[in-house]
Design a protein around this ligand. Structure first.
Ligand code: COI
Length: 356
């Protein structure tokens, strides 16, 4: 694949929409920054790299990915430090995972210069959109989909890669209530659960809606064979503090390898917290709640960050999770540490921040 011809052409928006956004009240995923990056994979090469005003695409009704689901994405965040400099959190981890998803979905992979080059150029053009208000950041959404106009079921030969961004505030306003899912499955062994492909999210909506009708916010996904072992929660990885140890399901082909998950595990080990990555059964968690050994349950993901849960429903019974003072909570300490790291208030000892 030749990439030496790659140049990014910038077509600037005639006027910025930034004044229309209240940066003190940012909903998740509703305001889009002025520009987007677009590149096309045609004739075996990534080409036509553009930064253009955020706008609609014109697509064929026969677009293969609309029918057969060759569509993958990533979620990442950019932050501003006190000096106003913009950095990304671990963008190479997302770059690598995007290509893992692409390989699983039989799609073209992205060269580093297209992914990182497009990302950096876009963030420089829209740097004013990176919030510096508390609990806010610029959510970055890279994604790719097949663009062949062909109805035979086959890998597309052409793809579009796009990155757009949105200034966002917190994802949840209250600690979510979870229900353990024992009928539907998010993923199965040998499937695509570890890939960040669109269909994984589409398939989760119906069971989640059923749980929401019963008063829960999100699901705890369990293994597809027995519904016995915990895999993920909502769109996130899930973690527990049991007997002071950080316990989380080991990743596999049914669980997404979360960048936030990996970061939390590395920080915890660095802090001397014992970490267990292993099979975690629902029965173990219920028993640990009942005996007071479980002190925290929280989700870890890019969009949400680190979100403490308030309740777990299982087999028709609700189990309240313990309340704690924020200073005693591992999840709150991690959340604060990650915020400080990302906004330059503590040293980047892990080398995770990438200045643009
Ligand atoms: C993320 O945390 O970036 C996610 O992928 C969740 C998203 C689907 C809102």
């Amino acid at each position: 694949m030749t990439t030496d011809v790659l140049q990014i052409e910038l077509r600037k928006a005639e006027r910025s929409r930034i004044q229309e956004v209240d940066f003190n009240h940012l909903p998740f995923g509703k305001h889009f920054s002025d520009h987007m990056f677009v590149a096309d994979f045609v004739d075996g090469q990534w080409q036509n790299q553009l930064i253009v005003p955020f706008d609609n695409f014109t697509l064929s009704p026969a677009l293969s990915s609309l029918h057969y689901g060759q569509s993958i994405f990533e979620g990442m965040k950019a932050f501003k430090n006190e000096a106003g400099e913009v950095s990304m959190f671990r963008p190479y981890a997302n770059f690598e995972r995007m290509n893992e998803s692409a390989r699983r979905m039989c799609m073209a992979t992205l060269p580093e210069e297209v992914f990182m080059g497009g990302l950096e150029a876009l963030l420089r053009v829209d740097a004013d959109w990176v919030p510096d208000t508390p609990e806010s950041s610029l959510y970055v959404r890279p994604y790719m989909f097949g663009t062949d106009t062909f109805l035979g079921v086959a890998p597309s030969k052409t793809y579009r890669f796009c990155i757009f961004t949105c200034p966002v505030g917190p994802y949840y306003s209250n600690p979510p209530k979870l229900k353990v899912e024992t009928e539907y499955s998010r993923s199965a062994p040998g499937g695509v659960g570890y890939a960040k492909c669109a269909g994984n999210y589409g398939g989760s909506l119906y069971p989640t809606m059923l749980a929401q009708q019963q008063g829960y916010d999100q699901l705890i996904w369990t293994d597809a064979r027995e519904h016995k072992y915990i895999e993920e929660s909502g769109t996130m990885n899930i973690m527990f503090i049991i007997d002071g140890k950080l316990v989380t399901p080991a990743t596999s082909d049914t669980i997404l390898k979360g960048v936030t998950r990996d970061s939390i595990l590395k920080i915890a080990r660095n802090w001397g917290v014992e970490v267990e990555e292993r099979l975690v059964s629902v029965d173990e968690i219920i028993s640990a709640i009942e005996t007071g050994r479980l002190t925290e349950a929280f989700g870890a993901g890019t969009a949400v960050g680190c979100a403490a849960y308030s309740l777990i429903g299982y087999n028709g019974k609700d189990y309240m999770l313990p309340e704690f003072a924020p200073e005693d909570s591992f999840a709150v300490r991690i959340k604060n540490y990650l915020t400080d790291l990302r906004t330059g208030k503590v040293d980047d000892t892990f080398g995770w921040m990438h200045q643009v």
